[in-house]
Write a protein that binds this ligand. Sequence first.
Ligand code: PLP
Length: 410
Amino acid sequence: MILVTAVVEKNIKSVTEGTTDLKKINPGFSTRAIHVGQEPEELTGAVVPPIFQTSTYQQSGFAEYTFDYSRADNPTRKNLEHCIASLEEGTGAVAFGSGMAAESAIFSLLSAGDHIILSDNVYGGTYRVMDKIFSRFGLTASWVNTSSIDSIRSAITKQTRLIFIETPTNPMMQLTDIAQTAKLAKDSGVLLAVDNTFMSPYFQRPLSLDADLVVHSTTKYLNGHSDVVGGIVISKDESLLERLRFIQMSVGAIPGPFDCWLTLRSLKTLAVRMQAHHRNAMALAHELYDSSAFKQVFYPGLTSHPHHELAKKQQVDPSGNPGFGGMISVELKDIDTARRFVKYLHIFTLAESLGGVESLVCHPATMTHASVPAEKRLLLGLSDGLVRLSVGIEDTHDLLTDIRGALAAL
Ligand SMILES: Cc1ncc(COP(=O)(O)O)c(C=O)c1O
């Protein structure tokens, strides 16, 4: 019994303190994705750490415990937080039950009267939570084309506390220069948060470009198999992390242990999945660009994209090679043509979400961005003919055949 207790205590120690042995070899991205927070379990030797599917923990005496209650902390959730913090080059991470819960935790760092500058073309849910919920608690927002540093600069007021950018934006694929915005934020005493959902840490690491906070919908590339909804915030700033942990524990929008475990399992293949998404999307983007069926093709990997040069510099894999991810938006003549194009696709499934191994197609105006008013959508270029492709990792040839078939049927 004493031996078992000692082993359990050692296990808990490695869960709470993270991997120490790995630090000695300065491991690369995939090694960290596979090993950080995922050491073999010492009691049984299980190579895959168990799921701590528990709500509560035995305490050895009054207030004597390592874990007390799973809203406050859970070993499987902690493992996930360690792993993603390492991939994003942060010192800590705080996991939530969805990307929106993670974003809401960031907004909850602020107080009534504070002002936020946001990219004008963010995910529809980000617009909705700010417009319909946080505005009622006294936060004010300016929606700005953050691709222009001058537009951000002129939106800063004495009340501004946070700049929140999405790059590339969903679904218009516009980029914001993270390093330049981080410098402006620092000079102005304002925090910078980056929604890195579209790129994942494999192709973009905002903390290394001096952002203060990174947020993910882990539902997308990080989990990558369309079977979990989750979110996470990562930082290098211990006082911000402490405040986020307090919000996580107090508000309680936490992910369950099984979802954390599934996401951890998925992270092991993040690098190879992202390379495959990128390869397929590059092939498709060229095919789409060469077709006369589309008014516009939005993909930062195309030299015709207005932010291609920035994409080459900012969106790089851990070895420094540019990578543009798996998201492409295309504009067809009108909603009827878009509807027919989607109907003729067989491999691409019409569905919300993105970043899974299977290819998905979505109509932002009626789906992900339906909560953005129509006139605002049009100002952003998000027309009713716009279709968003989440290019999966199926065989390139099959995806090309699917697109060609739909174009021929149009
Ligand atoms: C870029 C981006 N950020 C945040 C979210 C919200 O994430 P979740 O759906 O996990 O709440 C989404 C969802 O589509 C998204 O695309």
